[in-house]
Design a binder for this molecule. Structure first.
Ligand SMILES: *Cc1c(COP(=O)(O)O)cnc(C)c1O
Length: 457
């Protein structure tokens, strides 16, 4: 089928064919900038950001030293200082990282280095067992980071979430105590600011108190929620943020910067270099003719690094803080609009009434199913609806919305608003389209089977 046109041949291909390949490539791509694309948290296409991406590719600069990337290093400093001010820290060390999952890896790595600096040299010896605490609805990258760093996935303690998606503090208290009693060394709590599915914010002031009490690292995964720091109306969600030790913030999500653009920031100046520095003499000569503290490369776990700052800097310059505030506030307002529409409309049922980040999660009941209240629809049945609707959605190609199970909850749809070009009409369309796609889904054959147990209520 397609494979023969994707093959690389021994002979060169002429320019006309290459241009046609470009057109074909775009034709078969998912249109992530389209206002009916809701599948991920990164949506939309910002023209200035795209220009920044092209310019960065034209400059083709590696970010490891000031020597080779003087302008971009200074831009990074400006951007990170700006972010630091929004966070409310005195000091900052930060770098752009290939995605939020890796930013979270840095968070766990620094927490480990902070608690057990000897591990960098001697490796994990087994006489001290580091443990990481995170909520069961937090991003999977925390668990993977523990696997990568030799901490082990068994040493990630998943704290229960309340119905609203926030970490259950009582459960955390108990698990912290139990883990200490078992002789483990708690090294960090990961707090999520805007969970990937429900958009919930963990309670920062209480988590910061606990971290102080136990003397452990507080990492904030604000990969999704971070952009809200730019708004006066929604910044309250981050109350207590300045007490965090490190933060993941993805401008490629709520701020609409082209992929990829993820910042990792810590208030512990110098720690990243202590943790990751190898002092490679071929790159980081200490006797250069300039202030070598501008060489940021030795803070990284990479060698060379992509230029992710130019597109963000250009967008920020173009919009100003106020432009970003307006863009991001609109995401929240549109999400509230959509939440209200879901609530009103027959066949649609909100998972959460009170939303924090601009995420709206809901279940859908096809028309013939509505003789029964949703609470009475069996878990296993409801679980089937979203995949059936999604299959039709992908075949008709007019909409892309993500579904997923969440803990014990059956498959639910998540609409997250991050595309700046959205209007209320695009959100109305989601409901029309899902209702259209789902209208003929028949009743399941065992609809009336009383032996099917429901574990949801
Ligand atoms: C998206 C997301 C991540 C991962 O970010 P990537 O850039 O996709 O690696 C981590 N945490 C949260 C809460 C996220 O929403």
């Amino acid at each position: 089928m397609m494979s023969h046109c994707l093959d690389i041949n021994p002979e060169p291909t002429d320019l006309e064919q290459i241009l046609s390949d470009c057109r074909e490539t775009l034709k078969y791509c998912v249109k992530t900038g389209h206002p009916h694309f809701f599948n991920q948290l990164s949506t939309g296409i910002d023209v200035i950001g795209m220009a920044g991406t092209w310019l960065a590719a034209s400059a083709n600069t590696n970010m490891f030293t000031y020597e080779v990337a003087p302008v971009f290093t200074l831009m990074e400093e400006v951007i990170f200082t700006h972010m630091r001010n929004l966070i409310g820290w005195q000091d900052v060390d930060a770098i752009f990282v290939p995605g939020g999952a890796l930013s979270n890896l840095y968070g766990v790595l620094l927490a480990r280095h902070h608690a057990m600096p000897e591990v960098k040299r001697a490796g994990l010896s087994g006489d001290k067992r580091p443990v990481v605490f995170t909520s069961e609805q937090s991003h999977f990258s925390i668990k993977r980071a523990a696997a990568i760093l030799g901490i082990g996935t068994d040493n990630v303690v998943f704290v229960r979430c309340l119905g609203n998606g926030k970490m259950d503090l009582q459960d955390l208290h108990e698990k912290l105590r139990a883990s200490q009693q078992a002789g483990a060394v708690p090294i960090m709590i990961n707090a999520t600011c805007g969970t990937t599915v429900l958009g919930a914010f963990d309670p920062l002031p209480e988590l910061a108190d606990l971290c102080e009490q136990y003397g452990i690292w507080l990492h904030l995964d604000a990969a999704w929620g971070g952009g809200a720091l730019l708004t006066r109306d929604y910044k309250y969600l981050f109350q207590g943020i300045e007490r965090a030790d490190s933060i993941t913030w993805n401008p490629h999500k709520m701020m609409g910067v082209p992929l990829q653009c993820s910042a990792f920031l810590t208030k512990h100046k110098g720690l990243m270099k202590m943790c990751n520095g190898m002092g490679a003499t071929y790159l980081f000569q200490t006797d250069k003719h300039y202030d070598v503290s501008y060489d940021t490369g030795d803070m990284s776990i990479q060698c060379g690094r992509h230029n992710d700052v130019l597109k963000l800097w250009l967008m920020w310059k173009a919009k100003g803080d106020l432009g970003f505030e307006e863009q991001i506030s609109k995401n929240f307002q549109l999400a509230a609009y959509f939440r209200d529409k879901v609530k009103e409309r027959a066949g649609f049922h909100l998972v959460l009434d009170k939303i924090e980040a601009p995420n709206v999660c809901f279940w859908y009941l096809p028309p013939s199913w509505r003789t029964r209240a949703i609470e009475k629809v069996k878990h296993a049945h409801l679980h089937e609806v979203a995949p059936l609707v999604k299959a039709k959605m992908m075949e008709s190609g007019g909409l892309m919305v993500q579904y997923q199970p969440l803990g014990d909850l059956p498959n639910l749809f998540r609409v997250a608003v991050s595309n700046p070009s959205l209007t209320t009409r695009d959100l109305d369309y989601i409901l029309e389209e899902i209702d259209h796609l789902g209208k003929e889904i028949p009743l399941p054959p065992d609809w009336d089977d009383e032996t099917l147990r429901d574990n949801r209520h």
